[in-house]
Design a protein around this ligand. Structure first.
Ligand code: DSN
Length: 426
C-alpha cells in the first residue's frame, strides 16, 4: 500500500511545532518514546471486551498480560485495592463512576467550572449537568482558595449523593479530610478527580486523597506523563460497599459495580494499545527518575509563579502548590483570548481560562493558565524559568507590535534548540 505521505508530512509538522515552541498548557506533557511506541503498536488491532481472564473475545491471553501489568503497577503507585485502567479518558472515567453510584436526577456538588472546576463535575453543557442535578461551590474572592464553608453549606442545603473535589485550574492543595467530614454528615460519596496533580500526589508532594475519598479518578496524560486516557481507583474497596447487595443478597463490592459501569455501562472494547502504554508509563512513574521529575515540576512552578508576581502579574491565590498557575490579566489590560493568540505568535502555547468572578465570557476570558509539566520533561530547571517569563511578558506587553513578536519567536526557537525532543525521530 502506498504510504500516506500527506498525513505523515502533517505529523512531521506537528513534531517540529512541538520541538520549537514552549509548551505551557497545564494539561499537556511529552510521553517517553516507549509510551508512544506502545500506543502505536499491534495491540491496536485487538478487541477485548471484558476484563483480564473474563473476555467476550478469543485471543485475549496476551493483552490480558499488559492490562494486568497496568492494573498492578497503578495499584503499587498509589497503594490501591482496586484500579480500572480501561476508561478512554478522564471524562469517560467520571461518566462511568457516576453511572455506578448515581441515579438520574440525583444531586451532585462540584467546584464551579468558572472557578477552576471541570466540565464533568456538573456543567450545564455536559452530561453531568444534564442527567444529574448539579450544585456548586466556588473559591473565596479575596484569597482564591476553595470556599470550604460554601461547600459545607451547599452540601447541607442540597444533600448531594456525590461531592466532587479536584479541578482543572486550581493551583493549591486540597483539604480532602474536611470534605470527607461534611460528606459523612450528609451521606454523600466523595470523588477526587486528580487528573491534574496526579503525578505529584504519586510522589507524596501533595496531600493524598486516597485516605479520605471513596473514589478517585484521573487522566493519565498530564502530570502522570502517560498516553491519553483515564483510570478509576479506590484505596479500600471493601470499606466502600455501604451495604450494597446483589440480587441474591450477597454483599457486592464497588469494584464489581464500577467495572460493570465502565464496560458494558459506558464503553465497548477497551483500547488495549493505550492500556499497554499506560502500563509502560506506570512503570516509569515507579522509578526514582520520576521522583526527581515530579519534584522539579513543583519547584519550576513555584519559581515561575514568583517571577510573574515580581513583574506585577496577579496569580489567583498568590502562588502555587502544584504544577500550574492561573493569572488574572485584567491589571495588564489584555484578555485571555488575546494573550493566547499573542503568545502563539511567539511560539509559546498556553490556554485562555476564566478566572474566578470573571466579567468576560468563556470565549474571551480575563485569564491565562500556565503549567510546567511539559517544559520540565523537556529538561528545564529553575534557571530556565526567567527566560520564559521574560519572553511571555515581552510578548504580552507588545501585543500589537509584530516586530517584537517576531523577535521573541526567534529567541524562543533558539532557546528551545538546547532541549532536544525525540532525537530518535530524526
Ligand atoms: N479541561 C482539560 C484541561 O484541564 O485542560 C482537562 O479536561
Amino acid at each position: 500500500m502506498q504510504r500516506d505521505t500527506l498525513v505523515f508530512d502533517i505529523i512531521r509538522e506537528e513534531l517540529i511545532r512541538q520541538r520549537r515552541g514552549i509548551e505551557l498548557i497545564a494539561s499537556e506533557n511529552f510521553t517517553s518514546l516507549q509510551v508512544m511506541q506502545a500506543t502505536g503498536g499491534v495491540m491496536a488491532n485487538k478487541y477485548a471486551e471484558g476484563y483480564p481472564g473474563r473476555r467476550y473475545y478469543g485471543g485475549c491471553e496476551i493483552v490480558d498480560k499488559t492490562e494486568t501489568l497496568a492494573i498492578d503497577r497503578l495499584k503499587e503507585i498509589f497503594g490501591l485495592e482496586y484500579a480500572n485502567v480501561q476508561p478512554h479518558s478522564g471524562a469517560q472515567a467520571n461518566a462511568a463512576l457516576m453511572l455506578a453510584i448515581l441515579q438520574p436526577g440525583d444531586a451532585i456538588l462540584g467546584l464551579d467550572l468558572s472557578m477552576g472546576g471541570h466540565l464533568t463535575h456538573g456543567s450545564a453543557v455536559n452530561f453531568s449537568g444534564k442527567i444529574y442535578s448539579p450544585h456548586f461551590y466556588g473559591v473565596v474572592k479575596e484569597t482564591g482558595l476553595i470556599d470550604y464553608e460554601m461547600l459545607e453549606s451547599q452540601a447541607r442545603a442540597h444533600k448531594p449523593k456525590l461531592i466532587f473535589c479536584g479541578a482543572s485550574a486550581y493551583s493549591r492543595d486540597i483539604d480532602y479530610a474536611r470534605i470527607r467530614k461534611v460528606s459523612d454528615e450528609v451521606g454523600a460519596f466523595v470523588l477526587a478527580d486528580i487528573a491534574h496533580p496526579a503525578g505529584l500526589i504519586a510522589k507524596g508532594l501533595l496531600s493524598s486523597p486516597f485516605n479520605h475519598c471513596h473514589f478517585v479518578t484521573s487522566t493519565t496524560h498530564k502530570t502522570l506523563r502517560g498516553p491519553r486516557g483515564g483510570v478509576i481507583m479506590m484505596a479500600k474497596d471493601g470499606e466502600n460497599t455501604l451495604g450494597l447487595k446483589d440480587m441474591k443478597g450477597n454483599l457486592r463490592l464497588w469494584s464489581n459495580v464500577i467495572d460493570m459501569a465502565v464496560f458494558p455501562g459506558t464503553q465497548g472494547g477497551p483500547l488495549e494499545h493505550v492500556i499497554a502504554a499506560k502500563a509502560v508509563a506506570f512503570g516509569e512513574i515507579l522509578t526514582d527518575e520520576f521522583t526527581v521529575y515530579a519534584k522539579q515540576v513543583q519547584s519550576n512552578a513555584q519559581v515561575m509563579a514568583a517571577a510573574f508576581v515580581a513583574k506585577g502579574y496577579e496569580i489567583i491565590s498568590g502562588g502555587t502548590d502544584n504544577h500550574l498557575m492561573l493569572i488574572d490579566l485584567r491589571n495588564k489590560n489584555i484578555s485571555g483570548k488575546k494573550a493566547e493568540q499573542v503568545l502563539g505568535h511567539a511560539d509559546i502555547t498556553a490556554n485562555k481560562n476564566m478566572v474566578p468572578y470573571d466579567d468576560k465570557s468563556a470565549f474571551v476570558t480575563s485569564g491565562i493558565r500556565f503549567g510546567v509539566a511539559a517544559i520540565t520533561t523537556r529538561g528545564m530547571t529553575e534557571g530556565h524559568i526567567p527566560f520564559i517569563v521574560e519572553a511571555i511578558d515581552t510578548a504580552l506587553m507588545n501585543a500589537d507590535n509584530e516586530t517584537v513578536l517576531a523577535n521573541t519567536k526567534k529567541e524562543v526557537n533558539k532557546f528551545m534548540e538546547q532541549f532536544v525532543l525525540y532525537p530518535e525521530l530524526g
